[in-house]
Ligand binder design. Structure first.
Ligand code: AHM
Ligand code: MG
Length: 321
C-alpha cells in the first residue's frame, strides 16, 4: 500500500496533507545524502546551533528543506527545530506544530553511516502564537503523530498515529513510500544494550552498577551474557530495537554542569517514546516516563532509557523506582 493511500485511510485530511509535506522534504534529504560528495554537501557548515554544537552542511540544508516545506504548507502554525534557536511561526490558522531534529546522528554523515530525521506533531491551540515558545510546551502525551525517517541502505519511514507503529520503505523507482511492515512489536526481553561507554565515569551510581552487571555476563547478578552496540545515531539504535529488541541509554551525566543528558526532550525523547510505547516497549528518564514530562523549554534535555520492557524495568530497579 502506498503511504498516500494509508494516510487517506488512517488520518484526517489535514494531518495526511501535513505528513505528505514532511515526506516531500525527507525524500529530498534522502536524495542529497545519496549524492554525498557528488553534490558537495559533506563537511562542516562553519556555524554552531543554539546548543553550541558545530553544524554540518547537511544539518543546515535538511533544516531549511523541512522548514520551507512546512511553513508554506498552509496547515502548520509553526515549527521548532534542533537547528533553530527559537520557534518559527507559519500560518495563523494552521492546526499543527511540527517539532523536528532534521538530521539526527549527523556525526555519521561524513563517514557514510546511518542518520535520520525525527519529527513530532502537536496540536496548535486556538489563537496560540506559532512563534512563541510557550505554544510548544506540551507533554508528549499530546502528540498526534510522530516518527522518523532512517536514511540507511534503504530509506524507511517509521511512524505512529497513535494506533500502533507501521514501517514504510521508499521505493526509489516510483519515489513513494510503500507500507512494508505493520504493527511492529518490540520483544519484552533482550540481551543487547547500547550506551556510550566512554562517559561511564560521569553516570549516576545506579547506571554504573547496571552496566557493570551487564558486563559481568551469565555469572553476574543479571545471569545473562549481553551483546553491545553503539551506532551514535539514535534513529538507527531505535530502529534496531523496534526490529529485534534491545535497550538504548543516554542517561544523565555530569560531564557538563547545566547539560544533564545529551538528548533533547521535544524532538528526540518524545517522538521516540511515542513510537516505543505504541510498539509495546518503554521509554523513561529512568525516573519517569518521558512523555509524562511537562516541558519548560523547547531545547530541554532529558535522560533516556528506552527499549524492551523487562530490561527497562530492570534498569529502574537499580534506581529503586
Ligand atoms: P545530534 O542530534 O547532535 O546528532 O545528537 C544526537 C545523537 C544521537 O543520535 C546519538 O544517540 C548520540 O547523539 C550520540 O552521542 P555520542 O556522540 O555521545 O556517541
Ligand atoms: Mg539529534
Amino acid at each position: 500500500m502506498l503511504l498516500s493511500t494509508y494516510l487517506k485511510q488512517n488520518a484526517d485530511a489535514d494531518l495526511a496533507y501535513l505528513l505528505d509535506n514532511v515526506m516531500v522534504a525527507c525524500k529530498d534529504i534522502a536524495f542529497r545524502l545519496n549524492q554525498g560528495a557528488l553534490a558537495g554537501i559533506l563537511g562542516a557548515a562553519g556555524t554552531e546551533n543554539v546548543q553550541g554544537e558545530d553544524q554540518k552542511a547537511l544539518d543546515v540544508i535538511s533544516n531549511d528543506l523541512l522548514k520551507d516545506t512546512l511553513l508554506s504548507s498552509g496547515v502548520v502554525r509553526g515549527i521548532a527545530s534542533e537547528e533553530e534557536d527559537l520557534p518559527v511561526a507559519g500560518s495563523a490558522d494552521g492546526k499543527f506544530l511540527v517539532l523536528f531534529d532534521p538530521l539526527d546522528g549527523s556525526s555519521n554523515i561524513d563517514v557514510n553511516l546511518s542518520v535520520g530525521t525525527i519529527f513530532s506533531i502537536l496540536p496548535a491551540a486556538d489563537g496560540a502564537d506559532g512563534g512563541a515558545e510557550a505554544t510548544y510546551l506540551q507533554s508528549g502525551r499530546n502528540q498526534l503523530a510522530a516518527g522518523y525517517v532512517l536514511y540507511g541502505p534503504s530509506t524507511l519511514l517509521v511512524m505512529t498515529l497513535g494506533k500502533g507503529v507501521d514501517i514504510f520503505t521508499l521505493d526509489t523507482k516510483i519515489g513513494e513510500f510503500v507500507l512494508t511492515k505493520e504493527q511492529v512489536k518490540v520483544p519484552e526481553t533482550t540481551k543487547e544494550f547500547a550506551i556510550n561507554m566512554s562517559v561511564q565515569r560521569f553516570w549516576e551510581a545506579p547506571m554504573q552498577q547496571y552496566i557493570a552487571d551487564c558486563i559481568a555476563g551469565e555469572t553476574g547478578p543479571l545471569g545473562k551474557r549481553y551483546n553491545m552496540r553503539w551506532v551514535a545515531s539514535m534513529v538507527a539504535e531505535v530502529h534496531r530495537i523496534l526490529t529485534r529488541g534491545g535497550i538504548f541509554m543516554y542517561p544523565y551525566d555530569n560531564r557538563e554542569p547545566g547539560k544533564p543528558g545529551k538528548l533533547r526532550l521535544m524532538y528526540e525523547g518524545n517522538p521516540m517514546s511515542f513510537l516505543l510505547e505504541q510498539a509495546g516497549a518503554m521509554s523513561t528518564t529512568p525516573y519517569e516516563n518521558i512523555m509524562d514530562i511537562n516541558p519548560e523549554k523547547i531545547h530541554q534535555r532529558c535522560g533516556v532509557v528506552l527499549g524492551s520492557k523487562e530490561e527497562v524495568k530492570t534498569v529502574q530497579s537499580y534506581y529503586k523506582i
